[in-house]
Design a protein around this ligand. Structure first.
Ligand SMILES: [Zn+2]
Length: 436
């Protein structure tokens, strides 16, 4: 009986504490197109806001009524080109917390509350539009070089407010996909025949449809989305590779044909043929169909090659490419694959996915696979199409004799070609493999 009474008191107490409202934390996510500021609140926000844009610094003032500030805003660490500072200011009354965002431009903010979900409680979200992180644009050399680089778009899954799956030791999927993507981009950019484009380069969210749109905008030749699997039990483990399924392609096809504008964007050069033919719907369908067929078979081939490379360094969950209807893969004109790097829900695999050594091995395997794909499926006018020499990125456990055996050549030939004075290799080193 005593216990029950105590419980009721505790429940009543916590209900009271919630009703009084508090600002518990502030999170800031600078992205290429906006800065998102999220206020975590103990109760649904009673908020109002106004702007003071008469001079610099431009100020967005947010009042949270009935809310006590439980955060130290000065300790907030972020770098945004749009939001210079977040501070408190004297409030109109004692029960209100007044927050001031100092902005570099007088832009129109979007302010909206979000209800609790399985991960977060009550939130007030403030979006400040405008470029907030320096954009890493690729340098185009295509105009000056007779041969162009193959462009690979790499999509590190999740980010920002969306952590993806969470491992038993608390590892966020978004924090595994980003470093592997960055290491893969580094390996690709070190290759004179290839250029990487990262769909996101830091910890922010990118909507699904914008991920493939970024790949199309950069005229990518391949799209790779990186993820880590999760299951409700700890046993499943291993990597897998997915490609766009035909079924999805068919439903998407119908939708695209309804939207002429998006449709010509997808068809690229073919759009001009369409216009000159008065927009014949059958021709449109045939052309789009062909491009879907091509990119699908391309995706399957790429997936097979990637699986072969991954097999050397990690266990596989499925040995065959899997077909899926992931929204992120709905780019019909680019061979697109989604790589599940492993199961973050498996305790051993979670530890491996966290280790920089394993992240580098995964990146090397993916790099080798992507390169292999474009050597086997040469694209007209690309440097790789005329490459006779193959490249190998050294991963841990590699030795010259293992590599020589694999490419059917000799240790001496590799040493001579790469001007190596010893047989000592370092992980990540790129060797040219002379044709035997
Ligand atoms: Zn994921």
């Amino acid at each position: 009986m005593k216990k029950i009474a105590l419980l009721i008191i505790l429940l009543g107490w916590s209900a009271l504490a919630h009703a009084s409202g508090s600002l518990d934390s502030v999170r800031v996510w600078p992205a290429p197109d906006k800065t998102r500021v999220v206020f975590d609140l103990a109760a649904a926000p009673k908020h109002s806001y106004f702007t003071l844009y008469d001079g610099q610094p431009y100020r967005l003032v947010i009042d949270l009524a009935g809310t006590r500030n439980a955060t130290d805003l000065d300790a907030l660490d972020f770098e945004s080109m749009m939001v210079q500072r977040i501070r408190t200011s004297s409030a109109p009354n004692g029960s209100t917390t007044r927050i001031v965002l100092e902005l570099s431009e007088g832009v129109t903010p979007t302010v909206f509350p979000l209800p609790p979900n399985e991960r977060y409680g009550h939130r007030l979200v403030v979006d400040i539009p405008g470029q907030s992180v320096p954009e890493e644009r690729i340098t185009r050399t295509a105009d000056r070089l007779p041969e162009r680089k193959v462009i690979v778009a790499i999509d590190p899954g999740h980010g920002g407010e969306d952590p993806g799956s969470i491992g038993p030791a608390g590892t966020y999927e978004k924090n595994v996909t980003l470093p592997v993507a960055q290491r893969l981009a580094d390996a690709i950019n070190a290759d004179p025949g290839m250029q990487a484009v990262l769909v996101r380069s830091a910890d922010y969210g990118v909507p699904l449809n914008q991920r493939t749109r970024a790949a199309r905008r950069e005229r990518a030749d391949m799209f790779i989305s990186l993820h880590a699997d999760a299951f409700t039990t700890p046993q499943p483990h291993g990597a897998s590779v997915w490609v766009l399924s035909r079924r999805r392609a068919n439903t998407e096809l119908g939708r695209w044909l309804e939207n002429r504008e998006q449709h010509s964007e997808l068809l690229g050069g073919a759009a001009e043929i369409l216009t000159s033919n008065g927009g014949d719907p059958y021709l449109a369908r045939t052309l789009l169909d062909m491009s879907i067929d091509n990119s699908m078979s391309g995706g399957f081939d790429a997936a097979n090659i990637l699986l072969k490379e991954l097999e050397g360094i990690t266990r596989l969950h499925r040995r065959e490419p899997q077909a899926a209807s992931f929204a992120v893969l709905n780019s019909p004109d680019i061979p697109s694959v989604l790589v599940e790097l492993g199961f973050i829900s498996n305790p051993q695999e979670e530890q491996r996915l966290r280790s920089s050594g394993h992240q580098q091995r995964l990146a090397n395997a993916l790099y080798n696979g992507v390169r292999e794909y474009f050597v086997r499926h040469p694209l007209d006018g690309t440097i790789l199409a005329n490459t006779k020499v193959r490249k190998h990125t050294v991963s841990s456990g590699d030795s010259l004799s293992v590599i020589a055996q694999r490419y059917n050549t000799s240790v001496g030939a590799i040493q001579r070609h790469n001007e190596l004075n010893s047989t000592v290799l370092r992980v990540g080193q790129v060797l040219e493999i002379p044709s035997s």
